[in-house]
Ligand binder design. Structure first.
Ligand SMILES: *[C@@H]1O[C@H](CO)[C@@H](O)[C@H](O)[C@H]1NC(C)=O
Ligand SMILES: *[C@@H]1O[C@H](CO)[C@@H](O)[C@H](O)[C@H]1NC(C)=O
Ligand SMILES: *[C@@H]1O[C@H](CO)[C@@H](O)[C@H](O)[C@H]1NC(C)=O
Length: 306
């Protein structure tokens, strides 16, 4: 009996980390990592999504994937995020300022202090100290970060993200010609996620949506809507952006619409999912990429040949 119990406990402790699920959990500004979920809306665990063809997937745990057929608010900012919004702090940042973000593969009930004290581990913000345990992204796919400005006069804590979103950062393939395909974040120890809020961003309160998207599978014969559904892992931070920019925001996209199964980057071929090749005209998901000046087609081909 005892060995069985012990092994069950050991299994329970190991299983979630062996899963490929994760949630963005911390932000670093001015050289300081903030508390887990201080500025990022939490998610409800367990949560009942409204439909899914496999009933096992109606109930979703804290760091489980989100699919475009889930509740629209789940696709925007994570399951039940509006319930957590009023209890989430608002982070003041300057337009042009650098941010670092990090995810965690363990869910809250497993957290220990140690996971968040990583000064000696390249100050990663989240770390696992057991040999063979990595806080990696076990999904080949791009990171996309979007901003959505709350309507004038509305507190970000009550904004649901139904307005427009603009992609401000993406991490995809370092070198699109490398084979097997080498997704930058899909490594045992992924690259740090450091980027800037574009300096041209006008002042205001914003949601910052962070996601790594693993595309669904399609073939010549099996195309949307029958194709596979991409896994998303969205979380939103609440930002107050201080800026003296007088520039207007470019036109953005709507969520969940831009992550529809028909949209670019949301389904890819078996060969691409097997790292063998890059689909012709592959475009990263989430719409055009804003560099602060112009909106760019966000494709490795575009990057490669420009
Ligand atoms: C976030 O939600 C999880 C799941 O309900 C809960 O265990 C955890 O305590 C929450 N954390 C914060 C900081 O609210
Ligand atoms: C991917 O690129 C990184 C960085 O250049 C390199 O270290 C790694 O060996 C490459 N291949 C794989 C399969 O990760
Ligand atoms: C290639 O992708 C871009 C961006 O998604 C799209 O605008 C364009 O129509 C595509 N071209 C072809 C030939 O499919």
């Amino acid at each position: 009996m005892v060995p069985l119990l012990l092994s069950l406990v050991a299994l329970a402790a190991l299983t979630p980390l062996a899963q490929s699920h994760f949630t963005f959990v911390r932000i670093k500004t001015d050289g300081k990592w903030h508390e887990p979920l201080q500025y990022i809306r939490n998610k409800t665990d367990m949560y009942n999504e409204w439909k899914y063809y496999n009933s096992n997937f109606l109930y979703r745990g804290w760091n489980w994937p989100t699919y475009v057929i889930d509740r629209p608010e789940s696709v925007r900012c994570g399951r039940d995020n509006m319930r957590h919004a009023p209890n989430t702090d608002v982070l003041t940042v300057k337009a042009g300022q650098e941010l670092e973000i990090v995810h965690i593969r363990a869910s809250p009930e497993e957290w220990v202090e140690d996971y968040f004290q990583c000064e000696d581990m390249e100050d990663r913000g989240v770390c696992f100290r057991k040999p063979g345990w990595y806080n990696d992204f076990n999904h080949p796919g791009p990171l996309v970060v979007h901003l959505s400005k709350a309507p004038e006069g509305q507190d970000i804590r009550s904004y649901d993200g139904t307005g427009e979103w603009i992609k401000i950062h993406r991490i995809g393939l370092d070198d699109p010609e490398e084979r097997p395909l080498n997704w930058t974040l899909y490594r045992k120890v992924p690259q740090k996620i450091i980027f800037k809020i574009p300096a041209q961003t006008p002042a205001g309160q914003y949601l910052m949506r962070m996601d790594v998207i693993w595309s669904g599978w399609q073939s010549e014969y099996i195309k949307p809507p029958a194709a596979g559904l991409a896994e998303m892992y969205p979380s939103c931070a609440q930002l107050n952006i201080v800026s003296d920019s007088t520039k207007e925001l470019p036109q953005g996209v709507k969520i969940p619409e831009i992550f529809d199964i028909w949209e670019p980057g949301m389904t890819t071929s078996g060969d691409m999912l097997d790292f063998k090749s890059l689909d012709a005209n592959y475009t990263y998901p989430g719409g055009l990429l804003w560099d602060g000046e112009k909106m760019n087609i966000d494709s490795p081909y575009f990057e490669w040949y420009k």
